[in-house]
Design a protein around this ligand. Structure first.
Ligand code: HEC
Ligand code: HEC
Length: 413
């Protein structure tokens, strides 16, 4: 039964993708429940279909070998679930290869590619002084340090990032779009002269706007996991899953929901397992990160490197904090954390459970196997909700069982 439902979900996505296959004659799939609204000369639906093409176009990279999709796979629903489905994360990443290679061979970024699914719900980056006036804090934005205020701003980054798609400049990206099979569609959405020489700056923003529109379509937020089915009264947890859910709660031993919130955020119709706030949970450096380690001059300070935070004069109090990720589809997106240092969900839960009680102290211990190395950044470390949870081995595995209920494709909502 489960398989059958997945196949149905996969079919509608396959239709969407087929509809966006790069042909110039009306590629818009009218059956796609797109967003209403949209810009000049086109409906939101058209804009998102254009965005899908831009998202998948490897030609928009220096060597013609990389698109957004290369690092944020659309495989989850087209390929069904399983080991090859990567749920909008990088299919090529692993614990020994935790960060993505760019368009140029041998050039790597310094962070593990997060899922692009459910990112649409992250509010614009801001300093929130109203929700809890006694504890004002940064919320939202895109990237693990929120340095892009929203999805459109985010989408402008990868094309020009030398460690990613490495195009020379905005005009070079626009020139490729001008030559693309979908250029007519671009003009249909944004106006007949939108791709003309002289309009590059506006056209570049429109490219980002269309991609953002695509990332706001329902395929990026299916809410079709077992968890959602249970919430809707259509399925029941096994006793392990239920126990894991109980442990996960704010008043459970795991306390996970203190940060991976069960309240709905950002106008979402389902639980996102984050409120897009920022915390330092003491993740150690990844010795396999090509960017290096503190010993070789590299430290990822997270939110403290966000230009807005620096301008606000708050870098010191935000050092080491990263955005709380959604846990939806987390079963499919290993390795984990900003630097991909943790390999399995079992290891993640064990880390939360024993970070503070099992610190590496002797060189006869094997780091990550016998013990935990020091945090990459020890300032602002959360010790209230994480680090020493006194979970039993069974409780650890129940938490993992619960997280595996968050994989989409279980049912059709
Ligand atoms: C070479 C791999 C690579 C490519 C290509 C790439 N990304 Fe990313 N993406 C990443 C990494 C790594 C991060 C996290 C970077 C950070 O936090 O500094 C990221 C972050 C994101 C985020 C933010 C998610 C969140 O939770 O904050 C979104 C959305 C996203 N990318 C969409 C895109 C789009 C759209 C494109 C194409 C224009 C693209 N990416 C191209 C690797 C890639
Ligand atoms: C104090 C806030 C906080 C608490 C409590 C917390 N988390 Fe997290 N969690 C985070 C942050 C922040 C990250 C991202 C850290 C990074 O990238 O370095 C994260 C990352 C993760 C990831 C990796 C996701 C990915 O895509 O890489 C998993 C899995 C996870 N948490 C599960 C849990 C579980 C299970 C619990 C309870 C045992 C828990 N978390 C408790 C804040 C928290």
């Amino acid at each position: 039964m489960k398989k059958q439902i997945v196949a149905v979900a996969g079919l509608s996505v396959a239709l969407l993708l087929a509809g966006c296959g790069g042909s110039t004659e009306d590629p818009v799939d009218q059956s796609m429940p797109g967003n209403p609204g949209g810009g000049p000369g086109g409906s939101g639906m058209t804009k998102s279909a254009l965005g899908a093409m831009l998202y998948k176009d490897t030609n928009l990279s220096k060597n013609g070998n990389q698109s957004c999709e290369s690092c944020h796979s659309l495989d989850l629903l087209t390929g069904g679930s399983g080991t090859t489905a990567r749920a909008f994360a990088d299919p090529g990443s692993s614990v020994s290869n935790p960060v993505s290679e760019g368009s140029d061979n041998g050039v790597f970024g310094d962070r593990n590619a997060p899922t692009a699914a459910y990112a649409m719900f992250s509010p614009d980056f801001h300093y929130d002084t109203t929700t809890d006036p006694a504890n004002p804090r940064y919320i939202g934005g895109q990237f693990l340090d929120g340095r892009a205020v929203d999805l459109a701003e985010q989408a402008k980054g990868p094309f020009l990032n030398p460690k990613e798609m490495n195009m020379a400049d905005e005009a070079a990206v626009v020139a490729k779009v001008r030559d693309a099979g979908y250029a007519a569609m671009f003009r249909q959405v944004f106006g007949a002269s939108s791709l003309d020489v002289g309009n590059e700056a506006t056209a570049y923003n429109q490219i980002a706007e269309a991609i953002a529109e695509f990332e706001r379509t329902p395929m990026f937020a299916p809410f079709s996991s077992k968890f959602d089915a249970v919430q809707a009264g259509l399925a029941t947890f096994t006793s392990e899953e239920q126990n894991g859910f109980d442990l996960f709660q704010v008043d459970g031993k795991g306390k996970c929901a203190e940060c991976h919130k069960l309240e709905r955020a950002g106008g979402s119709s389902g639980v996102l397992f984050t409120d897009f706030s920022y915390w330092n949970i003491g993740v150690p450096q990844n010795p396999n990160n090509p960017a290096g380690t503190t010993a070789t001059g590299f430290t990822d300070t997270g939110l403290a490197a966000n230009p807005q935070v620096i301008a606000d004069g708050r870098a010191a109090s935000e050092r080491g904090k990263f955005k709380v990720p959604t846990l939806r589809n987390v079963e499919l997106t290993a390795p984990y954390m900003h630097n991909g240092v943790l390999e399995t969900l079992e290891q993640v839960v064990n880390f939360y459970n024993t970070r503070d009680t099992n610190n590496c102290w002797s060189n006869t211990q094997t780091p990550f196997v016998d013990c935990w190395p020091d945090p990459e950044v020890s300032d602002n470390l959360d010790v209230t909700f994480s680090g020493d949870l006194l979970l039993t081995a069974q409780e650890e595995s129940d938490l993992v069982a619960f997280m595996k209920t968050l994989t989409d494709g279980y049912f059709t909502p």
